[in-house]
Design a protein around this ligand. Structure first.
Ligand SMILES: NC(=O)c1ccc[n+]([C@@H]2O[C@H](COP(=O)([O-])OP(=O)(O)OC[C@H]3O[C@@H](n4cnc5c(N)ncnc54)[C@H](O)[C@@H]3O)[C@@H](O)[C@H]2O)c1
Length: 320
């Protein structure tokens, strides 16, 4: 059984790769990260150091960043990952690139080392195709920022062995997560399925002239926002009375949107180059300063909401 001291391999040091490495280092692991371009190493190390300071200041990590970074190595040689019992990739969302990486990892890893993919949308079963030991490939899906969120989904593809998934579930509690197990591969896993169902409905309301972005965002924030960190849909229905939901479902489900293509106006925005706050072009108007401020506020909020949720029962289980 792995402990929180052991070596973990990761691949990729982009947006998520940096926050995942931060989380593992802060949990006490020795970490080795494979990158394509070793020139990225200096910048990524700086970014990780700033996250570790943030964790230290928030008391999410007791050791000093310098001590934690002493256990961090960046390499461009895949053979350096050979001793890892767990390697998690967070490279570009491209099926061919991920499959090629898994084949290369299989050349150097032991047959019982676990390989995790942070894919958001590629079915784990598809990624298992052609592997020599597909049973050790799992989806290990983090949320951004990975060093702050308590979220983690562990996904079994058709050929995954449950015993490996259970190992990661146990290990992840040591990373400060409240992991969820997805026992059978399903597109979008849990959180993204729920989020995209909500987004589809939000687009329906705008596109059909029922409400503006602002009114939808406001309602969402002040209703769902008040309970969703405390309880998921099932606990929420228990607390607020199941029969009413049953009655509403009978009338409302037939009315909900079931469009299967993305709405035209998001395509138009993307075609015009809108990326959101990262380039100050989105559904709302921004200056570069206001866009930066929104990103900063969002990061602060993630830390606050984490603290708030930790005051309440964990793991959605029974009260003791
Ligand atoms: N951004 C998010 O909020 C988020 C959330 C959950 C999951 N994910 C998933 O995580 C993965 C990474 O997303 P991201 O947002 O960090 O992307 P990103 O573009 O910021 O980073 C990807 C990094 O992978 C590197 N890379 C590409 N091929 C590589 C290889 N063969 N070996 C080593 N490095 C390689 C790239 O140079 C880049 O630095 C994707 O699969 C994405 O779907 C992202």
């Amino acid at each position: 059984m792995m402990t929180n001291k052991e070596l973990i391999g990761t691949v990729g040091l982009g947006l998520m790769g940096c926050s995942i490495a931060t989380c593992l280092l802060a949990s006490g692991h020795e970490v080795i990260t494979l990158v394509q371009d070793i020139q990225q190493a200096g910048e990524a190390r700086k970014r990780i150091e700033s996250f570790l300071w943030q964790m230290h200041d928030e008391r999410l990590a007791t050791a000093l960043p310098k001590q934690l970074l002493a256990k961090f190595k960046i390499t461009d040689d895949i053979k350096d990952l050979a001793a890892c019992e767990l390697v998690m990739e967070s490279i570009t969302e491209n099926m061919e690139a991920k499959k090629l990486l898994f084949q290369q990892l299989e050349e150097v890893l032991s047959p019982v080392s676990i390989i995790g993919s942070n894919t958001s949308a590629i079915p784990v079963t598809v990624l298992q195709d052609g592997l020599r030991y597909p049973e050790r490939l799992l989806g290990i899906h983090w949320g951004e920022p990975a060093h702050v969120l308590r979220f983690l989904e562990v996904i079994c593809g058709r050929q995954s062995a449950l015993v490996y998934a259970e190992k990661i579930m146990t290990l992840a509690t040591g990373w400060g997560k409240e992991p969820s197990l997805v026992k059978k591969d399903v597109r979008g896993f849990i959180a993204n399925r729920l989020m995209y169902a909500m987004m589809r409905e939000a687009f329906f309301l705008v596109e059909n002239g029922y409400a503006t972005y602002e009114d939808i965002d406001r309602a969402c924030r002040n209703d769902l926002g008040y309970w969703i960190t405390f309880a998921g849909p099932f606990r929420f229905m228990d607390i607020t009375g199941i029969p009413a939901y049953f009655a509403v479902m009978q009338d409302l489900f037939p009315e909900l949107d079931n469009t299967t293509t993305p709405p035209g106006f998001i395509g138009e925005l993307v075609a015009k180059g809108a990326k959101g706050t990262s380039n100050a072009k989105g559904f709302y108007s921004y200056t570069s300063e206001s866009a930066q401020r929104w990103e900063q506020l969002f990061n602060e909020f993630a830390l606050d909401i984490r603290k708030l949720s930790l005051k309440y029962p964990q793991n959605c289980g029974d009260l003791t």
